[in-house]
Design a protein around this ligand. Sequence first.
Ligand code: CP
Ligand code: NVA
Length: 311
Amino acid sequence: MTPPRHYLQFTDLDRDEYAYLFRRTALIKRKFKRYELHQPLVDRTLAMIFEKHSTRTRLSFEAGMHQLGGAAIYINTRDSQLGRGEPIEDAAQVFSRMVDLVMIRTYGQDIVERFAANSRVPVINGLTNEFHPCQVLADVFTYIEHRGDIAGRTVAWIGDANNMLYTWLQAAAILDFRVHFSGPPGYRVDLQRADYPLSAAQAAQLRSFDDPREACAGAHLVTTDVWTSMGYEAENAARLAAFQGFMVDAPMMARAAPDAVFMHCLPAHRGEEVAAEVIDGAQSVVWDEAENRLHVQKTLMEFLLLGQLAD
Ligand code: CP
Ligand code: NVA
C-alpha cells in the first residue's frame, strides 16, 4: 500500500505543489461561483475530529466535502471515546479503515503526527497549538488573488508569536517572501521552539522589530491574530496587559505600502488586536480570506486523494 500524503505542516508540500494548488483553486472557485458541479470525491468520506472550538474550519471542510461529492462526519472529542482516553494510535487505525480522509483540530502537534503515523488515509491539520497550515494556505491564495505573486513581498505580523505566525514563517521559506514581526517581550518568536525549531531558511526570512509601526513600514500584507489563542485562556489578563500598543490601527496601516491588504484569520476582537476602522476598512480582505478556506481546502482534499489533475 502506498503511504498516504498528509498535510500536517506547511512544509509538507513543496513550491511546485503549491503553484499547482493555487492554480487549481482558482479553477475550483470559478466553477463553484458558476454553479458548475465539481465532484471528484463521490462516495468518499471525511472525518473531522474537533478537540477545540471552530466555526470556519468546520463549515469549510463540511461544505467543501459535500460540494466535492462526498460526505463529512463531525466528531467532537468530548462525546467520543477519544475524550475517555482511547489511544490516538488505536483511533487512527479505526478511523482510517472507515473513511478516506481525516481532519483534526487539537492541542499538541504531536497528536496529529501520531495519528498520521498510524493512519492509512491522508490526515489534515485543522489547527494545533503549533501550526495552522490550512489558514495560511487560504491567506496566501487570497493575497495572490488580490495582488499577484507573493514572492519577494513583505508580510507584517503584529502581535503574538503563535501557531499562525510560525506557519507564516514556514510559508515564507517555501514561497520566498519576508516576514516582519513585532510583539511584546515574552511573546516574541522563539527560534529554538521546542520540537519545531526554525530552519535556517525560515529564520533568514524573518526580521523582528520592537516598534510595530516599523514592522509595518513598506509591508504588502499586514496581519494579526487574537492575543490569546485557544488553550491559553488562563493567561488572558496578563496577555491583555502585555499587548497594549500592538493593536493594528489606521496609523500603522498608513506605514504599509499604499496597496497593502489587511488579513485576520478570525475570529477577531475589535479594539484589541485590530481597530474596527482597519478590519472593516477598505484595505481589509478578511471575508475573501475566510471564504477562501473553502476553496483551498477543496483543492487540498482532491490533491491528497487524487494527486495533480489536468484542468
Ligand atoms: N480561522 C479559523 O480557523 O476559524 P475557526 O476557529 O472558526 O475554525
Ligand atoms: N491563533 C488562534 C487561531 C484561531 C483560528 C488560536 O489558535 O486560537
